[in-house]
Design a protein around this ligand. Structure first.
Ligand code: BDR
Ligand code: CA
Length: 311
C-alpha cells in the first residue's frame, strides 16, 4: 500500500467534530498525526477532554493531543453549548480518558509537524482559527510547508448560522480568520451553506447509530441531545458541518461542484462582523484565494459517515 497522507486536525470537539474525527481515523489513506485543540463549541478544558476521549473510543490513544489557546485573539466570544451540551459532548457524564494531553502548545505543534511532514501535510481546521493564526504569527512561512489546507467555516452567500450573515467558527474569532485567510495563498472552504445542502435524514442516522459497534453506541450517546435539538429547530435533516468538511478532505474526488473566488473576512461591520465576503464577480482584483465547496456526492458522504460508525 502506498504511503499514507499525514493529516493534522485542528478541532474544538463538539459533536460534529467527533464524527469528523471518527471518519478521519477510519480512513485507510490518511494517517492522523495529531489533534490540535481550539476553544470554540465549549471552553478549552472541555474540548481537550473531549479530544482525548475520542482518541480513546477510536482506540487511537497513540495520537498526540495538543491544547491550544483558551480565548479568541482579541475579543471574547460566546460558545455553542446550546447545540453541543455544556461539556460539548451532550452532557452524558462520560468518564475522563486515561490518556493525557501533551505539554507542547498546539501552535508550536502545528509548526513542528509542518516541518516533519513538509510538502506532504494535509491540515484540516474544524473550529475557530485561533491556533493556526498564532502559528502563522510565530512563523509566517507555515503555508509553504502545507500541501493542502481545508477549513470548515464561513457562509459564502451570507446565510449565517450564528448571526444572520456569519458562521460560528469564523464569528468566534474573526481576527484569527483574517490572519489565516490573508496568510495562506489558497484555502479549501467547506462552509455552512454547503452543510445545509448536504443534510442527512435523522431517520437514516438513527439506523446507523443502532449498529452493534462501540463507536456507534458512543456516538449515539453523545449526539442524542444535539440531534433532538436539531430535529426540533431545523427539521428532518441533520447537519454535520465538520463531517462534510472531513468527507471532502479525505475523498476530494467526491466533490461535484467547486468554485474558486477571492474571500475576505469582515472585522468591523456592526451587523456583519465575522462574515466571509466572497467576491463572486471578481470586482476587487484580489486573487482567488479559496476553493469553495458547493456540491459533494451525498451517497459518498453518507458512506463515509456509516463506515466511521462501524455501521
Ligand atoms: C461549526 O461550528 C461548530 O459549532 C461546529 O462544530 C462546526 O465546526 C459549524 O458552524
Ligand atoms: Ca467544530
Amino acid at each position: 500500500m502506498s504511503k499514507k497522507i499525514p493529516l493534522l486536525i485542528d478541532t474544538d470537539p463538539g459533536v460534529d467534530d467527533a464524527l469528523a474525527l471518527l471518519m478521519a481515523f477510519a480512513d485507510e489513506r490518511h494517517e492522523v498525526i495529531g489533534l490540535t485543540v481550539a476553544a470554540g463549541n465549549v471552553g478549552l478544558e472541555y474540548t481537550v477532554r473531549n479530544a482525548l476521549k475520542l482518541c480513546e473510543v477510536a482506540g487511537r490513544e497513540d495520537v498526540p493531543v495538543f491544547a491550544g489557546t483558551p480565548d479568541p485573539l482579541v475579543y471574547p466570544a460566546e460558545d455553542a453549548a446550546h447545540v453541543h451540551g455544556r461539556d460539548g459532548f451532550g452532557d452524558v457524564d462520560l468518564p475522563h480518558a486515561a490518556c493525557q494531553v501533551q505539554a507542547e502548545h498546539a501552535a508550536l505543534a502545528i509548526l513542528r509537524l509542518s516541518h516533519e511532514y513538509a510538502g506532504e501535510l494535509l491540515l484540516v481546521a474544524l473550529g475557530p482559527l485561533t491556533n493556526i493564526a498564532l502559528a502563522l504569527k510565530l512563523d509566517p512561512t507555515l503555508p509553504q510547508r502545507v500541501k493542502r489546507f481545508l477549513v470548515m467555516g464561513g457562509a459564502i452567500n451570507g446565510h449565517g448560522n450564528i448571526t444572520p450573515v456569519a458562521e460560528f467558527n469564523i464569528a468566534f474569532d474573526p481576527e484569527a480568520a483574517h490572519i489565516v485567510f490573508t496568510s495562506f495563498p489558497h484555502i479549501e472552504v467547506a462552509d455552512w451553506e454547503a452543510t445545509i445542502a448536504h443534510g442527512m435524514l435523522h431517520r437514516s442516522v438513527e439506523t446507523w447509530l443502532a449498529a452493534d459497534s462501540d463507536k456507534a453506541r458512543f456516538y449515539e450517546l453523545i449526539s442524542r441531545k444535539t440531534r433532538l435539538w436539531s430535529e426540533d429547530s431545523r427539521g428532518e435533516h441533520w447537519y454535520a458541518a465538520d463531517a462534510l468538511a472531513m468527507a471532502w478532505a479525505l475523498q476530494p474526488d467526491g466533490a461535484t461542484q467547486l468554485e474558486q473566488r477571492p474571500l475576505s473576512i469582515e472585522l468591523t461591520g456592526a451587523r456583519t462582523r465575522g462574515a466571509t465576503v466572497v467576491d463572486w464577480n471578481r470586482q476587487t482584483g484580489a486573487p482567488d484565494n479559496t476553493t469553495l465547496l458547493v456540491g459533494y456526492d451525498q451517497a459518498r458522504f453518507e458512506a463515509q459517515v456509516q463506515r466511521a460508525l462501524g455501521a
